[in-house]
Design a protein around this ligand. Structure first.
Ligand SMILES: [Mg+2]
Length: 176
């Protein structure tokens, strides 16, 4: 995939990628069963991208307004330790993470699709939207993925950051 130069420049500085869940790691749909379970669809392509990104030293974290066991399980599968679920006040968590990790706004990328994501999108160095984001969220982003949420958007972002850091060829060759 090809990415605009100005987006690659922002992506080069990224040390932490924070992801919203519904509409970003999934297509936003939730199946509620009679037993009270909540079922979400995650894409295996995204999982692979996250692992590759972690391999080159970029941390990945999850911020979700909804509390879901499926998200806890997915985070465990992908060795994601930075997981926040619950409050709508996502910005407070974002600021806490930055302080704890000693990171600057320009070293963080965030992907969101709904209004609650706008305060963080306005802060980060690399703000990313998805084609399925609800207006006017994408007015606050530096890049809109070609793939939609739950359908490879996160894999696309991982590829962007890996390419920006000049690690793409090395990673890809290791699979040949
Ligand atoms: Mg969302």
């Amino acid at each position: 995939m090809e990415f605009p130069i100005e987006v690659l420049k922002r992506a080069e500085k990224i040390k932490l990628l924070l992801l919203d869940v519904d509409g970003v790691l999934t297509d936003g749909k939730i199946i509620l069963t009679d037993k009270g379970e909540e079922i979400k669809h995650f894409h295996v392509l995204d999982g692979m991208g996250i692992k590759l990104l972690q391999k080159i030293g970029v941390e990945v974290g999850i911020i979700s307004s909804r509390v879901s066991q499926a998200v806890i399980r997915r985070a465990e599968e992908l060795s994601i330790k930075l997981l926040f679920q619950g409050k709508v006040e996502k910005l407070a968590f974002y600021e806490k993470v930055l302080k704890e990790k000693g990171l600057k706004d320009e070293e963080v990328a965030y992907v969101g699709d709904d209004w609650v994501d706008i305060p963080i999108l306005k802060r980060v160095g690399l703000a990313i939207g998805v084609p399925n984001a609800w207006p006017p969220v994408n007015n606050y982003v530096n890049y809109i993925t070609k793939c939609s949420g739950g359908n490879g958007a996160v894999r696309e972002i991982c590829e962007l950051i890996i390419k920006a850091k000049g690690k793409w060829e090395e990673i890809f060759q290791s699979f040949l």
